[in-house]
Design a protein around this ligand. Structure first.
Ligand SMILES: NC(=O)c1ccc[n+]([C@@H]2O[C@H](COP(=O)([O-])OP(=O)(O)OC[C@H]3O[C@@H](n4cnc5c(N)ncnc54)[C@H](OP(=O)(O)O)[C@@H]3O)[C@@H](O)[C@H]2O)c1
Length: 308
């Protein structure tokens, strides 16, 4: 665990004062010099590797062949990854993850996060039942209410499943700035273990209220759309990486984006999505080595003009 003083060094005095009130133990985990950085889930202290894996589009086999996905999932675990995020909204993704986890015997190595995304109590219970079956597991690590859909009803069922030991953690998700007000309200009302939100160099809004609130409420933060959906990489990949990126062990633009997020002290992990094994390797390396300090973070942001 790093101290408030170290966080101040990393993110600057003003930011640390906002995010880390005096006497509050921060949420950075031990960063083993040879392995992936981990962060503690605030509600339990359980450690999660900082690089996770998304599955929207990429793990829906209707979008491509399954063989590269087998390699992606296998490499993900080999490189120290654990949390994989999915949803019944993502076509075949839950079934693909379940099938591959069984085939590769990865169930015990993964922390599986899925979602409930429907209206009505019975419909929600039926959807979650299907997720257990598609993911081929008796226990789901994290069940999130997708985009806050029918949250009051669904969160009651999710909490109930947690009390029965079928779900380990509760969560809520969103990925658009126009929903941030409702996300904040849901965080205060339902007090989930995790909030999943979009945050990146090209979508910075969550840093205003959601990330500080998550820190104050001791809530885990899973960052979705960490590469801004991928479009920005196409624009910047023709530009050379600044040489000073090597000062925080960054060797590619995807790592540049991911390390910028991970240097925020409220963030537990990022979940970039890919179905490309080379991209997976690249992304996993963002969880190794040093992270940028506050001044460097500002310098990084200044390269992405016009985004907020
Ligand atoms: N409301 C919600 O709950 C919500 C909303 C949005 C997202 N999510 C979750 O968050 C995950 C991540 O968000 P996202 O998938 O929208 O966006 P993202 O992870 O920011 O971007 C994914 C895109 O980036 C590309 N990419 C990944 N690594 C790359 C690399 N190293 N080099 C070049 N391109 C790379 C991928 O293409 P390749 O496959 O070609 O690598 C893919 O097109 C989702 O998959 C989902 O699990 C949840």
């Amino acid at each position: 665990m790093i101290t408030r003083r170290e966080a101040t060094r990393l993110i600057g005095t003003a930011a640390a004062a906002t995010l880390l009130p005096a006497g509050t133990e921060d949420i950075f985990g031990a960063a083993a010099s040879s392995g992936m950085l981990t962060r503690a889930i605030p509600s339990t202290g359980e450690k999660l590797p900082v690089i996770g894996l998304g599955s929207a589009v990429t793990f829906d086999v209707r979008s491509g062949p399954i063989k590269p996905l087998e390699e992606v999932l296998s490499l993900f675990v080999k490189r120290g990854g654990k949390i994989i995020d999915t949803s019944p909204m993502y076509g075949q993704a839950e079934s693909v993850i379940g099938n591959l986890a069984t085939k590769l015997r990865l169930h015990n190595s993964l922390f599986v996060a899925t979602k409930v995304w429907t209206n009505g109590k019975q419909e929600g219970l039926a959807m979650m039942d299907r997720s257990f079956s598609r993911l081929q597991t008796q226990k789901i690590d994290l069940m999130q209410v997708h985009n806050l859909v029918d949250i009051d009803s669904q969160m009651g069922s999710v909490r109930d499943l947690k009390s029965k030991g079928r779900i380990r953690y509760t969560g809520i998700t969103h990925s658009e700035a126009r929903g941030f007000g409702e996300v904040e309200k849901a965080m205060r009302t339902h007090k989930p273990d995790f909030v999943q939100i979009n945050y990146s160099l090209v979508e910075r809004g969550a840093a205003q209220r959601i990330l500080p609130l998550a820190h104050d409420m001791r809530m885990g933060v899973i960052v979705n759309r960490p590469l801004g959906g991928g479009a920005v990489l196409k624009t910047i990949s023709s530009k050379p990486l600044p040489p000073w990126a090597a000062e925080f062990d960054c060797h590619s633009w995807p790592q540049f984006l991911l390390k910028w997020i991970l240097a925020h002290p409220a963030v537990t992990c990022v979940i970039p999505a890919t179905n490309n094994p080379q991209h997976l390797e690249d992304n996993m390396a963002a969880g190794l080595g040093r992270l940028p300090d506050a001044k460097t973070r500002e310098r990084m942001a200044s390269l992405f003009v016009g985004f907020s």
